[in-house]
Design a protein around this ligand. Sequence first.
Ligand SMILES: NC(=O)c1ccc[n+]([C@@H]2O[C@H](COP(=O)([O-])OP(=O)(O)OC[C@H]3O[C@@H](n4cnc5c(N)ncnc54)[C@H](OP(=O)(O)O)[C@@H]3O)[C@@H](O)[C@H]2O)c1
Length: 254
Amino acid sequence: MILPRRPLGDTGMTVSILGLGTVKLGRREGVRYPAPFELPSDAEAARLLDAARELGFNLIDTAPAYGTSEARLGRLLLDRRNDWLLCTKVGENFANGTSTYDFSPEHVQVSVKNSLQSLHTDRLDIVLIHSDGNDLDILNGLGTLDCLKELKARGWIRAVGISHKTIAGAERALALDCDVIMATLNLAEQSEVDLIARAGAAGCGVLVKKAMASGHSGTDSLRFAAAAEGVSSVVIGTINPEHLRENAAVVADL
Ligand SMILES: NC(=O)c1ccc[n+]([C@@H]2O[C@H](COP(=O)([O-])OP(=O)(O)OC[C@H]3O[C@@H](n4cnc5c(N)ncnc54)[C@H](OP(=O)(O)O)[C@@H]3O)[C@@H](O)[C@H]2O)c1
C-alpha cells in the first residue's frame, strides 16, 4: 500500500496525503498529548522514518519549537535528504523547557539559517510562521512574511506561509498570497472547513495539524480531515510505526 499524493497548491510540489509530524521526536515538555512518552532512540526514529518512506510518505514537518527534532532529523536524513520534502517554521524557539517567541525579520533570517544548518540542507521546502496566536499582528506589522518571501527569492526556501491560530489570520495570509497554510481540522474542531476549501480552490497548499486532536480522537477523525475539500496533506504526529501503518491504511483509498 502506497499513500496517494496531491499537489501542494500551486507550489509545484506534490505531497503524500499524510505527512509525518515530529514534535514527539524532540520535545516532551509543554505538550498536550494524552499520555507521557519517552523520546524515541535514534534507532527507533530511523525505523519510523524507514516505515514512513515505505508507506509513501514524502513530507516531514518539524520546527525549532520541537526541541531536538530538527537536529535529529538532520542526522537521520543525512544520506536521504532528497527523499523528503521538509517543512519547518520560524517564530517559536524551545530551549531549557521554555518557549520564546521572536517574529522579527532579523530573527527569521537567523532562524532559517539555523534550520538549514541543523537539517544539513541548502534549501528548505516549506517554511511557515509558527504563530503564537497573534496572527494579525504578525502578518500586518512585523515584516515576518516579507522576510520569508525575500529568503524564498534568494533560493533558501521553496514555499512560505503560516501555521495560523485564527481564521482571520489565515484569511489575511491568503490575501497576502501565502503559498501554504497549516490549519487545524478534526471531528471535534470543524470551524476551518470553509476556509480550507477556499484556500485550496485559490491554489494555496493546505497542511492540517492535530487531525487526531493530538491523540484525543481516533482514526475516523484523521480520515475526515484527509478527505476534506482543499486539504493537501494531513501532518500526523506519531512515533509508533504500527500507528503509522494503521493511519496510512485509513486514508489509502482517498
Ligand atoms: N502550531 C503548529 O504549527 C502546530 C501545532 C501542533 C501540531 N503541529 C504539527 O502537526 C503534527 C500533528 O499534530 P499533533 O501531534 O499535535 O496531533 P495529532 O497528529 O492529532 O495526534 C498525535 C497523537 O496521536 C497519537 N496517534 C497517532 N496515530 C494513532 C493511532 N493510529 N492510534 C492511536 N493513537 C495515535 C500519537 O501517539 P503515538 O505516538 O503513540 O502514535 C500522538 O500522541 C505535529 O507533530 C506537528 O508536526 C503544528
